[in-house]
Design a binder for this molecule. Sequence first.
Ligand code: GLY
Length: 340
Amino acid sequence: MTKPDWIVIGAGVIGLSAAWALAQDGQRVEVVEASRVGDGTSSKAAGMLLPEVESVHSSQLFPMAAESLALYPAWVSALEGASGQAVGYAATGCLVLAEAKAFSKTWPGLPASLGSDLAAAQSGLAAGLAGCYLPNGAQVDPPLLMAALQTACLKAGVTIREHAAVTEIRRVADRWLGITAGQDRLVANHYLLATGAWTSELTAELDVDLGIFPVKGQMVELKAPVDALSAILFGPGVYLCQKQDGRVLVGATSERVGFDLAVSEQAVADLLTRAAKLLPVVASWPIQRSWAGLRPGREGLPVIEAISQNALAAVGHYRNGILLAPLTAARLCELARQIA
Ligand code: GLY
């Protein structure tokens, strides 16, 4: 390959969405990834698209999250068309739940609009709950999404190098000259840092602090009858979302413990207890797997901006990387045109 226009560092949902968008913009793009596509965080996510409940840590985030959600149907349709692969997009809506007497304290700003009529929204709910239905809530299936993004990128001419951790960024003043990824010294005109939870390990050498920290999330997958859930269920300290093949993901812890990926029996038990308090039948569904992922935590909004003359960063999407991918990719393309 001749010298690419862009090297994207990180093949998570942000890196690959950006790479695909840049390639569609006529750019030659190479992606380097320390591990495998999506392995860091994106494929381990639940894939919920829920601006109302997933932007509570930053009031500034809601408009951005809502804007990205609005892009989703067309983005998914383009991605599925380009890749020939389904991503499990489903506009299932979301039922936000809590004990009736604690609802307004648990979910300030959301009305407990469903009380005695909750049973019509989801059968089998525990007694004593109140709920609010968010009709615009949706979801994708993250491993399918990442597989489709990988295919779409490859079909658009993007090169993806896996197992190529970046160990060096060569610079002169404010200009990046090249990187070392795995055994190779690579050079491009421009660079994009999409390194998720691992960003600070790389930026430490650059005298740039983007304020990213890993936030561990442990998750359990249950085998449930297809269509057991009529919506995403979101309660205090737990959510349940069902994928089209019947898998129910129960997540997730939120822990500031560095780069630890261990799954603890206690965390799994706590998640299942919380889930069963919403939907008792969960206790009878067999556990298939459990895992931990690392969210790219950041106070406030994600960083989507230039960090040098010829390098952009798109990091710090915290709980909403999947949701914010279409908007982030569009904004990066605008920035890319400005610095081209
Ligand atoms: N967005 C779901 C989570 O971060 O657990």
